[in-house]
Design a protein around this ligand. Sequence first.
Ligand code: NCD
Ligand code: ZN
Length: 416
Amino acid sequence: MRVISGRVFFRGQLEPLSIGIDEKGQIAAIKKVLRGDEQIDHGDALILPGCVDLHVHMRDPGLRRKEDFPSGTRSAAIGGVTTVADMPNTVPAVTTTAALDAKAAELQGRAAVDYALYAAPRSPEAVLRLNDAVAFKVYMAESTGNLEVTVPRLEEILRAAEAQSKLVVVHAEDPGKFSRQKAKNLRDYDAARPKVAEETAIATLARIRGGARVHVAHVSCLEALNSVPAGATCEVTPHHLFLDASKALGARGKVNPPLRSPADRDALWDAFRQGRIDAVASDHAPHTMDEKSALFEEAPAGLPGVATAFPLLMRRIRAGDLDLPRLVSAMAVRPAEILGIAKGTIDVGRDGDLLVVDPRNIEAVTAKRVRYKCGWTPFEGMEGCFPRAVYLRGEPIVEDGEAISEGQGRMIRASA
Ligand code: NCD
Ligand code: ZN
């Protein structure tokens, strides 16, 4: 048995404990003192559950010039993420069983962390056929991949998903509220896909959702959050919490839904701190520097963030702006619960997915540090607190802050 010790986040609080992990990679015991054939003592560093990022775009297959599964999951590991759920706007898009099976086969043995796959059913019949996907993704408006559906179609998909108790993650923007004006900068883009487009789409979703399990992706403002109906869950991205349309990011800050004003960002941060938002998800959506260097109106929307979500939030703990239980809930416990997978909690019988972090170890976020294939991060120069070590099912995948192994990640299939 391998024994990993430190100040462990267990049952809602930090305690000096030892975690024993069996040969299957599962937690066999959690005790004050444990003996094993291998002892790894992390002293007073914190041991938290590995993060679960329920919204990433690893671009594999089909768009590997932007990112690929080995590179994207390596970056995930560097940022303390041990499970990712990958979106279906790869090429070919995951709209059919054949595409889902082909993607699963293609990714086999190439991931540094565990992963689950979304599908994007375009009809109620497709819902039945795509049952192997961990959850469904539906776009109410155009974004990278052009997978949007009409509201009546969404309603049919929701009914079919409801019948199978399948989670539907919704990109909620109402294209009827978009302006036709070409956006030349971030403030224009905020105005072109305004807050009211999000609010309206979420209100529509609340009206038609019935008994379906619905999760609203990336709420960008308080108005959107306030429209999320009771019983539905939602997520916020680090870019909507830490960046806004006043930043000099140019097209690198272009993303759907758009970055909002500094005041919107403050309000969203307060709501997050107060526990009003279930999960943090990165919406890691890399595009190449070349693509982002095009004219603002031509540049694709989306920005990378899988490696920086945890470090940026962990830095706020040290600064006294955020509580640790809130962070663990939003980055590990709740995303796993929303996806319905047995991850995100340190307990006996769970996978030994752990991150080890010293809150005093503050570093600058740089493109080099996060190792994305696209070679840039919108958080360049900001302070982050990266994990020192990360374990996937008890095996080290990050040591001294660097990814050390590849290909150990397994696909998590739908449990339903
Ligand atoms: C995403 C992408 O590039 O894949 N872009 C984005 O702006 N968020 C697509 C999406 O999920 O909207
Ligand atoms: Zn996305």
